[in-house]
Design a protein. Structure first.
Length: 157
């Protein structure tokens, strides 16, 4: 769950303000394209899509709370305020342990807690596996099924 690509942050983004353009005096806007450079502080981020009024980018791994910088052929801009990038502070698996009879099932869940105080169900965002599929299996949604006698551990990645 440490990969930034799995985290979606829906907070209000800071507005981008225009800085002095590198060309075209009096030009009041510029177009962000996939060739544009977007940075979260010093960390570059890809432009996933763009229109005349907005663009979509992913928070890159290693990004921290910082202004967003955009550089295009028509000029440069940055956010007036910093985008806050919450940090993962805890992951809790519930239940922490379970005994499952052959043929029975047990639903597991995973909650992530972020530095901004939010708690998010990330059960389907983690990769589940069993240490012994002859004893227990587990689905991508965290549903474990007892298969046979013995001991097995579920792993979340």
């Amino acid at each position: 769950m440490t990969k930034a690509s799995r985290y979606i942050h829906t907070a209000r983004l800071p507005s981008i303000r225009k800085e002095a353009p590198s060309c075209c005096e009096g030009h009041r806007s510029f177009v962000v394209t996939s060739d544009s450079l977007v940075r979260f502080g010093a960390v570059p981020a890809p432009v996933l899509s763009a229109t005349e009024t907005s663009f979509v980018t992913a928070v890159p791994p290693g990004a921290a709370t910082a202004p967003i910088f955009v550089t295009t052929a028509g000029g440069a801009a940055h956010s007036a305020t910093a985008l806050v990038v919450p940090v993962l502070t805890a992951i809790v698996v519930d239940p922490a342990a379970a005994e499952i009879e052959p043929g029975a099932t047990q639903q597991f869940s995973v909650r992530a807690t972020w530095s901004d105080g939010r708690s998010t169900d990330v059960t389907t965002a983690v990769a589940w596996s069993s240490s012994s599929i002859g004893v227990a299996t587990i689905t991508t949604g965290g549903l474990a099924r007892g298969v046979g006698a013995g001991a097995a551990r579920s792993r979340q990645h």
